[in-house]
Write a protein that binds this ligand. Structure first.
Ligand code: NZQ
Ligand code: ZN
Length: 385
C-alpha cells in the first residue's frame, strides 16, 4: 500500500426529510447565497423545502448555473457577493452546481486572474468562502470532495482542479430529491460513479486489499441497484444506495494509498467540451477503449475485476480481459448508455482536433504510469468508434 494522508472534513447528513435540519448547519448570522441550476429544484420541490428551512436566515439567490459550469457565468456571482456581503454559499443541485459554487467560493476574494483557479492544480488560493450543499444528482461526488471541473464558454476548455479549502462543510443527501431525475441523468450518475471507481482501482496492485474490496463493493452495489431504480424510479432504497455509492466513488477513501489513473476522465473532458456529450456519456465510451489498449499494464487488476465483479474464471488471460470489457460494455448499454462515439455522429476525422486540445491542455503524459502520450491517446480515441 502506498503512503497517504487523509482528511475529509465534510459532514454528511443522509436520509429522508433532512433538508429541514439545514438551518442548524449554518450560523444564524450568516448571509447566504443560494446557488442552483436551470430550475429543476423549483419543479421538484427542493427549492421550497430549502427556503422554508432557511426562513430565519438572510438569503440571496444565484440561479442558472449551466451543466458543465462556465467560468464567465460563474464570475457574475462575485459582484452579488460583494454588494450583499455574502459570507456563506449553499449549492443546491448536482455536480455542476456544486463545482460552480466551489469556484465562486474560491474566486470571491481571489486577487489574481480567476482563470488560474482552474488552470493551476491545486488552485492557488489562500481563502474560500464556506460552502454547504444539498445534493440532487448522485454522480460527481463533488458534495464530499475538494475537486472542481470548470469550462470556458465557446472554447475547448473543460479543466479539472481543486484545493483542500474547497471541501463543503456539510452535504445533505436526501434520496427523495433524486426521484425527479430523468433516466438519462440517473444513468449518467451510475456510469460516472462506476468509472470514478475504475480510475482508482483498475491500475496495478500495491497490496491495498481493503481499498480494493471497498472499490469492488461500490461496483457490485451499482450493478445490483441499477435495474431496480430503472424499473422503479421511486424505489427509495435503490436511490439511497446509489446516492451513497456515488459519494463513495470520489470522496478520497478508495483513492488513497493506491495508484490513480484518471486518463479516461481527462480524455473525456475534451470530448464533452468539443461535442457537448454529457460527462457520463463520454467516459462510458473512452474507458472501454482505454482498458483494451492498456490491458498489458493493467492485466492483474483487470483479471481481479473480471473474477470478483463478473465471475469470469475460464479462458486465457486475454480472453478473460476481453470478456470483462464486454460485460462492462453490456452493463453500460443496459442503462441505455451508448458505447461508441459514432453513435453521437462523431467521425474519426475529428480525432486530430481532440489531440490538439489535449496538447494545448498539456495532457500529454496521462495514466497511472504517466505513459499515455498523445500517440496512445490517439489510439484510445480511435478505439472509441
Ligand atoms: O440545471 P439543474 O436544474 O441543476 O438540472 C440538472 C441538469 O439539467 C438536472 N438535475 C439535477 N438534479 C436533478 C435534475 N433534474 C431533475 N431532478 C433532479 N433531482 O440534471 C442535469 C445535469 O446536472 P449536472 O449537475 O450537470 O450533472 P452531474 O451531477 O452529473 O454533474 C456533472 C458535472 O460534474 C463534473 C462534470 O465534469 C460535470 O461538469 N464532475 C465533477 C467532479 C468533482 N467535482 O469531483 C468529478 C466528476 O468526474 C465530474 O467530472
Ligand atoms: Zn466523473
Amino acid at each position: 500500500m502506498l503512503n497517504f494522508t487523509l482528511q475529509n472534513p465534510t459532514k454528511i447528513i443522509f436520509g429522508k426529510n433532512q433538508i429541514k435540519n439545514l438551518a442548524k448547519e449554518i450560523p444564524a448570522n450568516k448571509r447566504i447565497l443560494l446557488t442552483y441550476g436551470g430550475g429543476s429544484i423549483k419543479s421538484n420541490g427542493v427549492y421550497n423545502k430549502v427556503i422554508k428551512a432557511l426562513k430565519n436566515h438572510v438569503v440571496f439567490e444565484f440561479g442558472g448555473i449551466a451543466p458543465n459550469p462556465k467560468f464567465e457565468q460563474l464570475l457574475a456571482a462575485i459582484p452579488i457577493i460583494k454588494k450583499n456581503k455574502i459570507d456563506f454559499l449553499l449549492a443546491v443541485g448536482g455536480g455542476s452546481v456544486i463545482d460552480g459554487t466551489k469556484f465562486i467560493a474560491a474566486a470571491a476574494n481571489y486577487k489574481g486572474d480567476p482563470w488560474k483557479i482552474v488552470t493551476q492544480d491545486p488552485s492557488p488560493i489562500e481563502h474560500a468562502l464556506p460552502i454547504g450543499c444539498v445534493l440532487t444528482l448522485p454522480a460527481a461526488a463533488s458534495e464530499m470532495n475538494c475537486g472542481i471541473v470548470i469550462s470556458k464558454t465557446n472554447s475547448p476548455d473543460k479543466i479539472s482542479s481543486g484545493n483542500d479549502l474547497l471541501y463543503p462543510q456539510f452535504a445533505i443527501l436526501d434520496p427523495t430529491t433524486t426521484f425527479s431525475l430523468p433516466p438519462r441523468q440517473t444513468t449518467n450518475g451510475i456510469v460516472d460513479t462506476f468509472i470514478h471507481v475504475t480510475e482508482q482501482y483498475l491500475t496495478y496492485p500495491v497490496g491495498a486489499h481493503l481499498q480494493d474490496r471497498l472499490a469492488e463493493s461500490i461496483l457490485l452495489t451499482l450493478i445490483e441497484e441499477a435495474p431496480r431504480v430503472l424499473s422503479d424510479p421511486k424505489d427509495y432504497n435503490a436511490r439511497a444506495n446509489l446516492m451513497w455509492s456515488a459519494t463513495w466513488g470520489l470522496n478520497d477513501f478508495i483513492g488513497v494509498g493506491v495508484p490513480n489513473d484518471w486518463a479516461t476522465h481527462m480524455l473525456s473532458h475534451e470530448i464533452t467540451s468539443r461535442f457537448g456529450l454529457d460527462h457520463g456519456q463520454a467516459i462510458a465510451i473512452v474507458v472501454l477503449s482505454l482498458l483494451s489498449l492498456k490491458r498489458k499494464q493493467k492485466k492483474e487488476k483487470i483479471l481481479q475485476y473480471a473474477k470478483r465483479i463478473w465471475n469470469i474464471t475460464q479462458g486465457s488471460d486475454n480472453e478473460k480481459i476481453d470478456e470483462a470489457i464486454t460485460k462492462t460494455k453490456n452493463f453500460f448499454e443496459s442503462l441505455g448508455i451508448k458505447t461508441k462515439l459514432s453513435c453521437y455522429g462523431i467521425t474519426k476525422n475529428q480525432v486530430p482536433a481532440l489531440i490538439k486540445q489535449l496538447k494545448s491542455h498539456k495532457l500529454t503524459a496521462l495514466g497511472e504510469h504517466g505513459d499515455i502520450d498523445l500517440k496512445q491517446s490517439e489510439k484510445i480515441y480511435r478505439g472509441c468508434f
